[in-house]
Design a protein around this ligand. Structure first.
Ligand code: SAH
Length: 409
């Protein structure tokens, strides 16, 4: 089959040889034949040795994505289908669960598929495209997911954070029975359950793909600490932690988010779970929502009001260069939380910035504790669930890290 033959620059082969999937244009010595349009490529070391097969697209901010390091595994639609199939099959035990019907089916490079995330929400699948590769192979990926799982519909959106660097228009596409369809806006929300709690993912207009399934295990763990506590759920989004706090027996929960619509949906989801009998009647009355800036909100609360806090901010460090600013923000947020929480209180604190390591976060917490004059115990280390695996050859896939801590003053 015709494909590009790409030779890497001498000294730039180390990461690709270690199966890191990203090759930037500066690491490429030559492309044969000269580039005309995106296509598969055979990737060679400077001495001509075979390294991997990849997909070469000069318009992508990562010019070359590596997909397979096996010489006899020829690239093409068949390889993409195989990678999708394997990704789904790795989750077959999770897909059998009865009390959890939302999970990540494809976690990008960590599942060997660059720039594509696919989540199922009950009978629906949502795909988030963040690379030109994913955009180009969307029909193939959707058709394989459809053949394996027979979803009611597959909806794909382009991740806004990457649309300009990848030159992709932010359109929403739909696939049914393996073919692309034109879909109206009147589609119902997707109903799903996570650890026995009911949710609805708003169609199309939600953030990310409508739900943060990566926090599933952590919400369940946090629920175990909720009984009899007064809880602050900071950056609550649509209230997944709040719902767990209520089921765990919290006395009250204050939920804070900048998004008015997320908070409205939070209240709706409490009703949903009261109606389904998951939460006792009256649960709604234990919750107050506050729309606003959570960093400011926490500074304004009275000390000792809460004895449990969830701190789940958005990605504060978007790139490595933004890390310094972000470290300051994480430190301030955690310091104020430690100052304000009741003696002996519990904080579940997270960072979902890929540029921030777990060690960074732990260091930040120790600075925050010192400034707050608090002693802090780590009760548990927290990370994304197993449907968001961390690929060792791609350390960037370890983006979500957190700690359950107890604060003594
Ligand atoms: N804990 C949630 C996910 C939180 S995602 C869950 O388990 O589902 C981060 C949230 O922070 C988003 O809902 C976003 O709207 C909100 N957000 C971003 N910046 C904010 C700010 N400055 N103040 C308050 N909320 C903010």
């Amino acid at each position: 089959m015709a494909m590009y033959s790409i030779t890497l620059a001498s000294g730039r082969e180390k990461l690709p040889l270690k199966h890191h999937p990203w090759v930037f244009s500066g690491a490429i010595a030559s492309v044969t034949p000269p580039y005309s349009s995106a296509d598969w490529a055979e990737v060679l070391a400077s001495d001509g040795r075979f390294i991997a097969y990849g997909y070469y697209d000069e318009r992508s901010h990562i010019a070359l994505h590596l997909l397979s390091w096996k010489r006899d595994e020829l690239p093409g639609d068949g390889l993409v289908r195989k990678l999708v199939r394997e990704s789904v099959l790795r989750r077959k035990d999770l897909l059998r669960l009865e009390d959890t019907t939302a999970l990540r089916l494809i976690h990008g490079e960590a599942d060997f598929l660059p720039g594509i995330a696919a989540d199922c929400y009950g009978r629906e699948i949502r795909i988030i495209v963040s690379s030109r590769f994913a955009d180009a192979f969307l029909p193939v990926i959707a058709s394989e997911l459809d053949a394996m799982l027979h979803p009611s519909v597959i909806e794909s959106t382009v991740d806004r954070a990457y649309s300009s660097s990848e030159g992709l228009s932010e359109r929403t596409r739909h696939f049914r029975d393996g073919a692309e369809t034109k879909e109206g806006d009147e589609r119902e929300n997707a109903l799903f359950i996570e650890n026995g709690i009911y949710y609805e993912a708003a169609s199309g207009k939600g953030q990310k793909s409508g739900f943060y399934a990566d926090q599933r295990d952590n919400r369940q763990i946090a629920e175990g600490y909720a009984s009899g506590r007064t809880v602050l759920d900071l950056f609550s989004y649509t209230g997944a932690f709040t719902l767990h706090m209520l089921r765990g027996g919290a006395l009250s929960v204050d939920a804070v988010d900048s998004s008015e619509s997320a908070l409205r949906h939070l209240l709706y989801q409490i009703h949903l779970n009261e109606n389904k009998g998951v939460l006792p009647p009256g649960s709604r009355d234990k919750v107050e929502t506050h729309q606003g800036n959570a960093f400011e909100y926490i500074r304004g609360i009275e000390g000792g009001k809460y004895d449990m806090m969830i701190l789940d901010p958005p990605k504060l460090a978007k790139t490595k260069s933004a890390l310094e600013q972000a470290v300051k923000a994480y430190k301030d947020l955690n310091r104020v939380a430690m100052e304000k929480i009741r003696n002996g209180g519990i904080i579940a604190t997270f960072s979902c910035s890929g540029a921030m390591t777990r060690e960074n976060l732990q260091t930040v917490l120790s600075w925050a504790a010192a400034d707050a004059g608090a002693e802090v115990q780590i009760l548990r280390t927290l990370s994304a669930g197993e449907d968001h695996p961390v690929r060792l050859s791609f350390p960037e896939s370890e983006y979500l890290k957190g700690f359950m801590i107890r604060v003594w003053k």
